[in-house]
Design a protein around this ligand. Structure first.
Ligand code: NAG
Ligand code: NAG
Length: 193
């Protein structure tokens, strides 16, 4: 067993805390379709937007990035009914700058398609579900998740830390705060032990 009071252990412990915090709390930006941009699916990959959301777990605070040539395409958020019938009238949200970020701010189902006539019928349509979060809190999800090797048993105490705003300056600050908190907590715990 390592010497729990050593500064080295405390540093390691603070680092683990950071990793846990990152995998649990930080928000992710997902590029819709991954390597494929937002557009009419190619015949080789015609169900790309059906499969893509199944490989991701979305949560509040995450965002979806739609990339496309702005002169040729657009993104609209529509109702479930409009999604099913490819009705492009009266969208909930219309974005056409080619680099559109949809921010997930509530639970539920979100339906997107192209605002360009004919594209919806060619399966350029995306439905995502944002669930209650039990799966979103598993450390094994999200890009950059590291293997959860030696999770200390006291981590559930930190389960309710509020998500930091996703803008980068404050994220940097919260990383710093998390590191400090983690260090102090670890120091206290190893002091007790
Ligand atoms: C989502 O948030 C980003 C900045 O965080 C903002 O630029 C963008 O306009 C937002 N998207 C929508 C659809 O409001
Ligand atoms: C969230 O969970 C509650 C009860 O656990 C359930 O009633 C509700 O439908 C769920 N919401 C979603 C979006 O899954």
């Amino acid at each position: 067993m390592a010497n729990l009071g050593s500064p080295r252990y405390q540093l390691l412990c603070a680092f683990q805390f950071l990793v846990l915090l990152q995998t649990k709390v930080f928000c992710y930006q997902y590029k819709v379709g991954d390597l494929d941009a937002w557009g009419i699916p190619t015949s080789a990959n015609s169900d790309v937007y059906t499969y893509w959301p199944k490989n991701h777990v979305f949560k509040i605070g995450d965002s979806l990035l739609f990339l496309y040539p702005p002169s040729q395409d657009s993104v609209i958020q529509v109702t479930q009914q409009s999604f099913n019938t490819c009705n492009l009238k009266d969208p909930i949200l219309y974005m056409n700058n080619g680099n559109s970020l949809f921010n997930i701010t509530s639970l539920g189902d979100f339906y997107f398609t192209s605002g360009t006539a004919g594209h919806c019928e060619k399966k350029q349509k995306l439905h995502i579900s944002v669930g209650n979060g039990s799966t979103a809190y598993s450390p094994s999800y999200g890009p950059g998740a590291l293997p959860d090797t030696a999770a200390p048993s006291y981590t559930p105490v930190f389960g309710n830390i509020p998500a930091p705003p996703s803008s980068s300056p404050s994220q940097g600050l919260s990383v710093f705060i998390a590191a400090v908190v983690g260090f102090v907590v670890c120091a206290v715990i190893s002091g007790i032990m």
